[in-house]
Ligand binder design. Structure first.
Ligand code: G
Ligand code: G
Ligand code: MN
Ligand code: NA
Length: 258
């Protein structure tokens, strides 16, 4: 398989790059974090996005070394940003974990090692795990999340609302953040004050009752910003603020932050 061969070589030749998308506070408008998202600078093609190579990476298991590279690179970038901006910048770096990574036996040790090696404060690292992954084997997941939590990192449930969570188990997960899936945000505007808005309202209320921070994903318009603000959503991320961009543009965004 050509793509698999290319993917292996891409790892060796370091053709992967991370792009970063800002997360902002809807109260202050200030930057509060970045999400790291992998891209592949293929030598013969344009920049490739995860939908073009992640499924093969998962099938072949290459996601394991790739994922390790992502965590390492994101932590080192976080350290560079903290060195550059010092105390003026309280920034959380989000990194996505796939289900394959999540079921790796030495995941916790690996992350521990990367935290030590990069010299970051683990509280500035957020691991994002999709709702569909956390809900698979609830007891095993809780045990693993507890081990990760013990590293002092932050944990979020990504794509929340799409995975038919069992609400009774949600409060057993030692996570601190829910990220509302962008499908709900994009539907919100369509019906004004209708039922889509109520769904988002309900997730925000649920998060607050469980004392979780809540981040709206995929925010594309000012109208959505205003709706989310009126619903009491604290944080947001989306093309309205900035698309995922290379590190230098993310740094320019940080520097321009009011
Ligand atoms: O920007 P976007 O096209 O990057 O991402 C598409 C999907 O790929 C999202 O679901 C995102 O969570 C996932 N993704 C992006 N980067 C990574 C990564 O580094 N690791 C994992 N596991 N998933 C990623
Ligand atoms: O699954 P996860 O939430 O990690 O995926 C993040 C994905 O969402 C990435 O593919 C990223 O490029 C994409 N994304 C970020 N902001 C927006 C947005 O405002 N609109 C849309 N359509 N996609 C977005
Ligand atoms: Mn994510
Ligand atoms: Na998501």
């Amino acid at each position: 398989l050509q793509l698999e061969t290319d993917l292996r070589r891409a790892l060796e030749r370091q053709e992967f790059v991370l792009h970063y998308q800002p997360l902002v506070s809807l109260k202050t408008g200030k930057l509060i974090g970045l999400e790291a998202l992998i891209r592949w600078q293929h030598p013969q093609k344009d920049l490739l996005f995860p939908d073009e190579f992640m499924s093969i990476a998962k099938e072949t298991g290459l996601i394991i070394p790739m994922g390790q590279w992502v965590i390492r690179e994101a932590c080192h970038q976080l350290k560079r940003l903290q060195d550059q901006f010092g105390n003026n910048l309280e920034l959380i770096m989000g990194v996505n974990l796939s289900s394959r990574q999540f079921s790796q036996p030495d995941l916790v040790e690996q992350i521990q090692e990367i935290i030590l090696e990069s010299g970051i404060d683990p509280q500035n690292l957020r691991l994002e795990i999709s709702e569909s992954v956390v809900m698979k084997e609830v007891d095993e997941t809780i045990a693993l999340l507890q081990q990760l939590k013990a590293l002092n990192v932050r944990l979020s449930i990504d794509d929340f609302g799409t995975g038919f969570s069992s609400l009774s188990s949600l409060n057993r997960f030692p996570v601190d953040t829910l990220k509302i899936d962008r499908s709900f945000i994009s539907q919100m505007e369509a019906d004004g004050e209708g039922e889509n808005l109520v769904v988002v309202q309900t997730i925000i209320t649920l998060a607050h009752v469980l004392k979780l921070a809540v981040i709206a994903e995929g925010v594309e318009t000012l109208k959505q910003v205003e709706q989310l603000r009126s619903l009491g959503c604290e944080f947001a991320q989306g093309f309205y603020f900035l698309r995922p961009v290379p590190a230098d543009l993310a740094i320019a965004f940080i520097e321009s932050d009011p």
